[in-house]
Design a protein around this ligand. Structure first.
Ligand SMILES: NC(=O)c1ccc[n+]([C@@H]2O[C@H](COP(=O)([O-])OP(=O)(O)OC[C@H]3O[C@@H](n4cnc5c(N)ncnc54)[C@H](OP(=O)(O)O)[C@@H]3O)[C@@H](O)[C@H]2O)c1
Length: 257
């Protein structure tokens, strides 16, 4: 253990750190943003919808006593990412949670469907890491956490652009990790199985599809939002200091089969 740390629990503290969570207004990103604030970080909540960012930031600030800033930005646009960086200031922890899914057979998906999913799920994490990573490396400490998926490593029919984007995200994660490994910046992927969020509304609302998913999960149920928080904090903190370029699966055992 780091001699400066009193106990292993100290390694999970984020006091004095500033974290930016894309997609922090909803779902897994919202849960992760609050978890990082509970650990002592000030947070910046980002999504395209200003009112939802402001609501989430307000709730997180009230619940944790930490500063929480809301910034509306479309993270697929380099100019928005530049503005975001100017407004957010120095960031120690970047969580790329903004993501979308467009489902359907490959034969019927459009070029625009492909571009939309790849832009949010793969291009945006590159734009954000490129913008925030170098300053982390200069300061000698940083954490980048990419929301991958079980579809980073397995396939499910009807998920062509999503699975491609999430598999690509592992390549981005590994290469960025190597670029900054000797300067205190770690880059890892956090890969969830199914959690009940807006993104999964089409599955949650379809009893047959819902049951099919449950049948694929060894623990026999969907993840509860709070079950992503510990793994996210691990990757965002000193607790994971010797881990970079890796993927951590929080999937109820799905990828163990
Ligand atoms: N839920 C799951 O079961 C699951 C499983 C595996 C992986 N994941 C991954 O985990 C991450 C979070 O998923 P989730 O289920 O929490 O999703 P969610 O509830 O649908 O939330 C998505 C978030 O991303 C934001 N967003 C989407 N496009 C954006 C853009 N262009 N610019 C900025 N923000 C944008 C949304 O806000 P606006 O629409 O207002 O911009 C929202 O805050 C995603 O990367 C997803 O692929 C989720």
């Amino acid at each position: 253990m780091d001699s400066a740390a009193k106990t292993v629990m100290d390694l999970f503290r984020l006091d004095g750190r500033r974290a930016l969570v894309t997609g922090g207004s909803k779902g897994l990103g919202r849960t992760i943003a609050e978890a990082l604030a509970q650990a002592g970080a000030d947070v910046v909540v980002v999504s395209r919808t200003a009112s939802e960012c402001e609501r989430a930031a307000g709730e997180i600030a009230s619940a944790t006593g930490r500063r929480a800033l809301a910034i509306a930005a479309d993270v697929t646009r380099a100019e928005d990412v530049d503005r975001l960086a100017a407004e957010a200031g120095a960031i120690d922890v970047l969580v790329n949670s903004a993501g979308i899914n467009i489902r359907g057979p490959a034969a019927t998906l459009t070029e625009a469907d492909w571009d939309t999913v790849l832009d949010v799920n793969l291009k945006a994490p590159f734009l954000l890491a490129r913008r925030f990573g170098p300053a982390m490396a200069e300061r000698g400490w940083g954490r980048i956490v990419q929301l991958g998926s079980i579809l980073s490593t397995i396939g499910i029919a009807g998920r062509t652009p999503y699975a491609s984007s999430k598999a690509g995200l592992l390549g981005l994660t590994k290469t960025l990790a190597l670029e900054w490994a000797d300067r205190g910046v770690t880059v890892n992927a956090l890969c969830p199985g199914p959690f009940a969020t807006e993104m999964n509304r089409p599955l949650l609302d379809d009893p047959t599809k819902y049951a099919e998913f449950v049948a694929s999960i060894p623990v026999g149920r969907w993840g509860e939002l709070h079950e992503i928080a510990g793994a996210a904090l691990f990757l965002a903190s000193d607790a994971s200091s010797y881990m970079t370029g890796s993927a951590l699966y929080v999937d109820g055992g799905w990828t163990a089969r």
